[in-house]
Design a protein around this ligand. Structure first.
Ligand SMILES: [Zn+2]
Ligand SMILES: [Zn+2]
Ligand SMILES: [Zn+2]
Length: 259
């Protein structure tokens, strides 16, 4: 299996508009973080896109990915969904609509915000196109399949929103969690690679802090943990140097082999 980090930045992205701090002006390409999304690819080539961040088009071109077999949304927040129209370039070359998975709440919210995609009665003007997707509601703890990938949604809290983490065989992918309840830890334990969100060094009302993410990494016990949803508070190189063994910051475009 292969994991590609499309984006690893917090909702503002890094650099942040109007900020001229040292990290936002860093020449290190790993300090340029677009909004969070990822692609998981099985050894047989099945590709699952996790979220459609606002920079999706640029991210997919940079990763040379021109086909995905399904999308799984973690939740409905703008930084994870507002690139959804870029799916058009992928669905235009498919015969069947692209399967789109998520919680009832997240898909309901997307259907309201992006009615032209989810309402079958809204057809594009002949000679034009729109993203052709088919929504599938999935539930926490109940696995579903995309090709040869088996995927289990795992509910985690994120302020007033519930987010789906995804367990996909040896991978546990968790973004936008404020905490990981014990029953979620049980579903994530045994993964060899953990991806987990981390914002600041200090507490945040809706996200894990960096020290809390390190605690989560220890509780899940994966061989390798990658932090994502990172901010302009830290240089990539500083985080890499100071995090405990087995835990590293992700960066945009990083690919990880998981076997
Ligand atoms: Zn987010
Ligand atoms: Zn900054
Ligand atoms: Zn969020």
């Amino acid at each position: 299996m292969k994991l590609t980090f499309l984006g690893t930045g917090t909702s503002f992205g890094v650099p942040k508009i109007g900020c001229y701090c040292d990290v936002c002006r860093s020449p290190d390409p790993r300090d340029k973080r677009s909004r969070v999304g990822a692609v998981v690819e099985s050894n047989r080539g099945t590709r699952l896109l996790i979220d459609t961040p606002p920079e999706l088009r640029v991210q997919l071109i940079a990763a040379a990915i021109d086909r995905v077999d399904a999308v799984a949304f973690t939740h409905e927040h703008a930084d994870h969904t507002h690139g959804i129209d870029d799916l058009r370039a992928i669905t235009v070359s498919r015969e069947a609509p692209l399967p789109i998975y998520g919680s009832a709440h997240a898909l309901g919210d997307l259907a309201r915000k992006f009615r032209y995609i989810f309402d079958d009665s809204m057809r594009p003007v002949p000679g034009t196109s729109k993203p052709e997707g088919k929504a599938h509601v999935v539930e926490s703890g109940r696995p579903f399949s995309v090709g040869d990938l088996e995927i289990t949604p795992v509910s985690v809290p994120h302020g007033n929103v519930t987010v789906f983490a995804y367990r996909i065989g040896p991978l546990a992918y968790v973004t936008d969690a404020k905490s990981i309840p014990p029953e979620a830890i049980d579903l994530l334990r045994g993964a060899s690679v953990l991806v987990v969100n981390a914002l600041f060094r200090t507490e945040h009302p809706t996200h894990l802090s960096i020290p809390e993410a390190v605690d989560v990494a220890r509780a899940v016990g994966a061989e390798r943990t990658y932090l994502t949803h990172l901010t302009h508070d830290n240089f990539h190189a500083d985080l890499e140097a100071e995090l405990p063994r087995g835990i590293a910051p992700a960066f945009d475009g990083l690919t990880v082999r998981i076997d």
